[in-house]
Write a protein that binds this ligand. Structure first.
Ligand code: FES
Length: 55
């Protein structure tokens, strides 16, 4: 995601971000259209899509 260094925080508060890009690691979890824990790397973009980091 452009300009975003982390998509969520670990339980220890460490920044986490996309790693594998193919749906395996789950490090890219974001909130999409209000649904939490969606894999950002497996989500197709479209106009009006709401994506929020989980910090
Ligand atoms: S980047 Fe690994 S599941 Fe999305």
């Amino acid at each position: 995601m452009r300009g975003v260094g982390a998509t969520r925080r670990s339980v220890d508060g460490e920044p986490r971000a996309a790693l594998c890009g193919m749906g395996v690691c789950h490090e890219c979890r974001v909130k999409v259209d209000g649904r939490a824990h969606v894999l950002g790397c497996q989500t197709l973009c479209r106009d009006g899509l709401s994506v929020e980091t989980m910090r």
